[in-house]
Design a binder for this molecule. Structure first.
Ligand code: GLU
Length: 299
């Protein structure tokens, strides 16, 4: 990979949310992240993104690790568990104190304002950006606020192995949720920096988030990583693969006589690589520049 020397001390990672079993698309992303890391002599770390307690399912973190191991993916060190990292997030929020503002908007208010004639869907419409302290005090009686980063319309450029240089406008992202827990974007950036992660390989649905995360990294004094946003797996209708799409987890497939090594073969095939007995055998042939640029269709 460009910009990487053998023996690099950097790291890549896989960061699943333990909300359910990993499906073929998730497993393929994990294999790709492993290939990107190991082919560039990076460490490969696992992070359990369990901050959304309402969605976490008991036992899934362990099941996900078992499934990743069944594919032959090895990780360096112990997993980083986000629900145990509150102190690091609090510290980061303290350093951002002068660059955040309280936001009292509900999801619905944001959706309505963003779909108004001057709004932009997917971007925070700025409703709470210029509230006076008196207005904030009134609003705070009805609802506890989230904290948003004041990005001032800044632009950020990221480097991505597949997309090249991508520039976009930074959104006023939430850095602390209104229940007081660190927001996803803050946790990702703080954890990547703390773990020395300099290569982030994940699904390309997160490409827009990378603009915001890279900006937040620079605000926190960290170097943004090199990204590799890889194509997702989709069902026959072209919609992002989900568990309801049928036999898409290792457990489902095992019931049909498809082993973990068979699944590795399917993933390799989807990447234009031959079937192998162990994931490490894919390394000599892995070329990040020759990844398919279309989604993996699972029917
Ligand atoms: N936890 C996120 C997910 O499972 C991935 C976040 C990331 O890779 O930055 O979709």
């Amino acid at each position: 990979m460009p910009g990487t020397s053998p023996g690099s001390t950097g790291a890549g990672r896989y960061a699943p949310s333990p909300t359910g079993e990993l499906h073929l698309g998730n497993l393929r992303t994990a294999v790709l992240a492993w290939l990107f890391a190991r082919s560039t002599d990076r460490r490969y770390l696992l992070r359990i993104e369990d901050l959304d307690a309402t969605r976490v399912r008991l036992g899934q973190a362990e099941q996900q690790q078992a499934d990743l191991a069944a594919l032959g993916l090895d990780f360096d060190g112990e997993p980083v568990v986000q629900s145990r990292r509150g102190a690091a997030y609090t510290e980061a929020l303290a350093t951002l104190a002068n660059q955040t503002y309280p936001c009292f908007c509900t999801r619905r208010e944001i959706a309505e304002a963003a779909s108004a004639p001057n709004g932009t869907i997917g971007r925070y419409p700025g409703t709470c950006r210029e509230l006076t302290p008196a207005e904030q005090a009134v609003r705070a009686r009805q609802r506890s606020p989230a904290l948003r980063l004041r990005a001032d319309g800044a632009h950020q450029t990221i480097r991505d192995v597949r997309y090249g240089k991508v520039t976009g406008q930074v959104d006023d992202i939430v850095v602390q949720r209104n229940d007081g827990v660190a927001a996803y974007n803050l946790a990702v950036v703080v954890d990547d920096a703390a773990s020395g992660i300099d290569q982030v390989v994940r699904g390309d649905d997160l490409l827009p988030a990378a603009i915001n995360q890279a900006y937040l990294a620079t605000v926190l004094g960290a170097s943004p990583p090199l990204y590799g946003h890889v194509s997702l797996a989709v069902n026959g209708a072209g919609v992002r693969l989900a568990k309801r799409d049928g036999a898409v987890t290792l457990a489902d497939l095992a019931l049909r006589g498809v082993s973990a090594i068979d699944v590795l073969g399917l993933i390799a095939d989807s990447l234009g690589l031959p079937a192998v007995d162990h994931v490490a055998e894919l390394l000599p042939q892995f070329d990040p520049q020759r990844l398919p640029d279309h989604p993996w269709v699972i029917t």
